[in-house]
Ligand binder design. Structure first.
Ligand code: AMP
Length: 174
Protein backbone atom coordinates (compact mmCIF):
# COMPACT_ATOMS: atom_id res chain seq x y z
CA UNK A 1 0.00 0.00 0.00
CA UNK A 2 1.25 3.50 -0.88
CA UNK A 3 -0.21 7.01 -0.76
CA UNK A 4 -1.09 6.77 -4.48
CA UNK A 5 -3.20 3.68 -3.72
CA UNK A 6 -5.11 5.67 -1.10
CA UNK A 7 -5.81 8.46 -3.59
CA UNK A 8 -7.38 5.95 -5.94
CA UNK A 9 -9.80 4.91 -3.18
CA UNK A 10 -11.16 8.41 -2.53
CA UNK A 11 -14.25 9.17 -4.57
CA UNK A 12 -14.95 12.63 -6.02
CA UNK A 13 -18.59 13.75 -5.89
CA UNK A 14 -19.37 16.81 -7.99
CA UNK A 15 -21.62 19.57 -6.64
CA UNK A 16 -22.05 18.12 -3.12
CA UNK A 17 -23.33 19.47 -0.75
CA UNK A 18 -23.73 22.57 -2.96
CA UNK A 19 -22.97 23.46 -6.55
CA UNK A 20 -19.33 24.12 -7.33
CA UNK A 21 -17.93 21.92 -4.52
CA UNK A 22 -15.94 18.84 -5.45
CA UNK A 23 -16.59 16.66 -2.39
CA UNK A 24 -13.89 14.19 -1.36
CA UNK A 25 -15.83 11.12 -0.26
CA UNK A 26 -13.66 9.02 2.07
CA UNK A 27 -16.27 6.31 2.73
CA UNK A 28 -14.86 4.41 -0.26
CA UNK A 29 -11.46 4.35 1.46
CA UNK A 30 -12.75 3.62 4.97
CA UNK A 31 -14.68 0.51 3.88
CA UNK A 32 -11.41 -1.00 2.63
CA UNK A 33 -9.78 -2.68 5.65
CA UNK A 34 -6.12 -2.60 4.48
CA UNK A 35 -6.45 1.03 3.30
CA UNK A 36 -8.02 2.23 6.58
CA UNK A 37 -5.35 0.36 8.56
CA UNK A 38 -2.58 1.88 6.42
CA UNK A 39 -3.84 5.43 7.11
CA UNK A 40 -3.93 4.83 10.86
CA UNK A 41 -0.54 3.06 10.87
CA UNK A 42 1.16 5.98 9.10
CA UNK A 43 -0.21 8.42 11.68
CA UNK A 44 0.71 6.10 14.56
CA UNK A 45 4.33 5.88 13.36
CA UNK A 46 4.50 9.68 13.13
CA UNK A 47 2.97 10.46 16.52
CA UNK A 48 3.81 7.56 18.84
CA UNK A 49 6.94 9.30 20.15
CA UNK A 50 5.00 12.49 20.93
CA UNK A 51 3.48 11.04 24.12
CA UNK A 52 -0.02 12.17 23.13
CA UNK A 53 -2.43 12.33 26.09
CA UNK A 54 -5.55 13.22 24.12
CA UNK A 55 -6.61 13.04 20.48
CA UNK A 56 -9.17 15.72 19.59
CA UNK A 57 -11.38 14.78 16.61
CA UNK A 58 -13.73 17.14 14.79
CA UNK A 59 -17.33 16.17 14.01
CA UNK A 60 -17.98 13.96 12.25
CA UNK A 61 -15.39 12.31 10.04
CA UNK A 62 -12.64 13.40 12.42
CA UNK A 63 -14.21 11.00 14.95
CA UNK A 64 -13.51 8.00 12.74
CA UNK A 65 -9.82 8.70 12.25
CA UNK A 66 -9.33 10.25 15.67
CA UNK A 67 -10.98 7.36 17.50
CA UNK A 68 -8.87 4.71 15.80
CA UNK A 69 -5.72 6.77 16.29
CA UNK A 70 -6.40 7.44 19.98
CA UNK A 71 -6.82 3.71 20.55
CA UNK A 72 -3.53 2.87 18.85
CA UNK A 73 -1.67 5.68 20.65
CA UNK A 74 -3.09 4.62 24.05
CA UNK A 75 -4.49 8.14 24.31
CA UNK A 76 -7.90 9.48 25.26
CA UNK A 77 -10.37 10.79 22.71
CA UNK A 78 -12.17 14.15 22.92
CA UNK A 79 -14.87 15.24 20.45
CA UNK A 80 -15.27 18.76 19.12
CA UNK A 81 -18.88 19.11 17.97
CA UNK A 82 -21.23 21.56 16.35
CA UNK A 83 -22.77 23.96 18.85
CA UNK A 84 -25.65 22.45 20.91
CA UNK A 85 -24.72 18.76 20.59
CA UNK A 86 -22.57 18.13 23.67
CA UNK A 87 -24.52 17.38 26.87
CA UNK A 88 -22.20 18.85 29.51
CA UNK A 89 -20.91 22.37 30.16
CA UNK A 90 -19.06 23.62 27.10
CA UNK A 91 -16.97 26.45 25.77
CA UNK A 92 -17.72 27.59 22.23
CA UNK A 93 -16.02 29.42 19.44
CA UNK A 94 -17.50 31.00 16.31
CA UNK A 95 -15.77 30.77 12.97
CA UNK A 96 -16.24 32.02 9.43
CA UNK A 97 -17.75 29.81 6.76
CA UNK A 98 -17.84 30.58 3.06
CA UNK A 99 -21.31 31.97 3.67
CA UNK A 100 -22.01 33.12 7.24
CA UNK A 101 -20.74 31.79 10.55
CA UNK A 102 -20.89 28.59 12.56
CA UNK A 103 -19.90 27.56 16.08
CA UNK A 104 -17.98 24.61 17.53
CA UNK A 105 -17.96 23.40 21.13
CA UNK A 106 -15.89 21.28 23.50
CA UNK A 107 -16.63 20.15 27.06
CA UNK A 108 -14.96 22.59 29.44
CA UNK A 109 -13.39 19.72 31.42
CA UNK A 110 -12.28 17.70 28.36
CA UNK A 111 -8.60 18.68 28.50
CA UNK A 112 -6.45 19.44 31.54
CA UNK A 113 -3.95 22.31 31.30
CA UNK A 114 -0.64 21.02 29.96
CA UNK A 115 -2.00 17.83 28.41
CA UNK A 116 -0.39 16.90 25.10
CA UNK A 117 -3.00 17.10 22.36
CA UNK A 118 -3.11 15.81 18.78
CA UNK A 119 -5.87 17.49 16.71
CA UNK A 120 -7.31 15.44 13.83
CA UNK A 121 -9.75 15.94 10.98
CA UNK A 122 -10.39 14.16 7.70
CA UNK A 123 -9.76 17.11 5.41
CA UNK A 124 -8.11 20.55 5.41
CA UNK A 125 -9.82 23.03 3.09
CA UNK A 126 -9.73 26.72 4.13
CA UNK A 127 -8.55 25.90 7.66
CA UNK A 128 -11.44 27.64 9.43
CA UNK A 129 -12.69 24.52 11.19
CA UNK A 130 -9.28 23.46 12.50
CA UNK A 131 -8.40 27.06 13.39
CA UNK A 132 -11.50 27.26 15.60
CA UNK A 133 -10.71 23.86 17.16
CA UNK A 134 -7.18 24.95 18.02
CA UNK A 135 -8.60 28.03 19.74
CA UNK A 136 -10.82 25.78 21.90
CA UNK A 137 -7.87 23.54 22.80
CA UNK A 138 -5.80 26.64 23.61
CA UNK A 139 -8.52 28.04 25.87
CA UNK A 140 -8.47 24.83 27.92
CA UNK A 141 -4.68 25.01 28.23
CA UNK A 142 -3.92 22.00 26.02
CA UNK A 143 -0.49 21.78 24.44
CA UNK A 144 -0.89 20.99 20.74
CA UNK A 145 1.85 18.56 19.68
CA UNK A 146 0.43 17.95 16.21
CA UNK A 147 -2.32 18.75 13.71
CA UNK A 148 -3.14 15.88 11.36
CA UNK A 149 -5.32 15.54 8.27
CA UNK A 150 -5.94 12.62 5.96
CA UNK A 151 -6.47 15.00 3.01
CA UNK A 152 -5.21 18.52 2.28
CA UNK A 153 -6.60 20.69 -0.54
CA UNK A 154 -3.42 22.75 -0.75
CA UNK A 155 -4.81 25.15 -3.38
CA UNK A 156 -7.07 26.63 -0.66
CA UNK A 157 -4.01 27.54 1.47
CA UNK A 158 -5.61 26.48 4.77
CA UNK A 159 -2.13 25.63 6.04
CA UNK A 160 -1.26 29.35 6.12
CA UNK A 161 -3.90 29.87 8.86
CA UNK A 162 -2.47 27.11 11.04
CA UNK A 163 1.17 28.11 11.24
CA UNK A 164 1.68 27.93 15.01
CA UNK A 165 1.63 24.14 15.17
CA UNK A 166 3.32 21.27 13.31
CA UNK A 167 0.87 20.17 10.60
CA UNK A 168 0.90 16.94 8.63
CA UNK A 169 -1.39 15.69 5.89
CA UNK A 170 -1.24 12.30 4.24
CA UNK A 171 -2.77 12.96 0.85
CA UNK A 172 -2.34 16.32 -0.87
CA UNK A 173 -4.35 17.63 -3.83
CA UNK A 174 -2.82 20.66 -5.54
P1 AMP B 1 -12.37 24.14 6.24
O1 AMP B 1 -12.85 24.68 7.53
O2 AMP B 1 -12.66 25.02 5.06
O3 AMP B 1 -10.90 23.74 6.30
O4 AMP B 1 -13.22 22.83 5.94
C1 AMP B 1 -12.91 21.63 6.56
C2 AMP B 1 -14.12 20.86 6.96
O5 AMP B 1 -15.11 20.81 5.94
C3 AMP B 1 -13.71 19.43 7.23
O6 AMP B 1 -14.38 18.97 8.41
C4 AMP B 1 -14.13 18.66 5.99
O7 AMP B 1 -14.68 17.42 6.33
C5 AMP B 1 -15.17 19.55 5.29
N1 AMP B 1 -14.86 19.78 3.86
C6 AMP B 1 -14.52 20.96 3.30
N2 AMP B 1 -14.34 20.86 1.98
C7 AMP B 1 -14.54 19.56 1.68
C8 AMP B 1 -14.46 18.78 0.45
N3 AMP B 1 -14.14 19.33 -0.73
N4 AMP B 1 -14.72 17.46 0.52
C9 AMP B 1 -15.04 16.89 1.71
N5 AMP B 1 -15.13 17.55 2.87
C10 AMP B 1 -14.88 18.87 2.88
Amino acid sequence: MEIADLKAKIRDIKDFPTEGILFKDITTLLKDGPAFRYVIDVFVRRYQKERVDVVVGIESRGFIIGGALAHQLHAGFVPVRKFGKLPGKTIEVEYELEYGRDALAIHEDAIKPGQRVLAVDDLLATGGTMGATLRLIGQLGGQVVGVAFMIELSFLHGRDKLKEHPLHSLIVYD
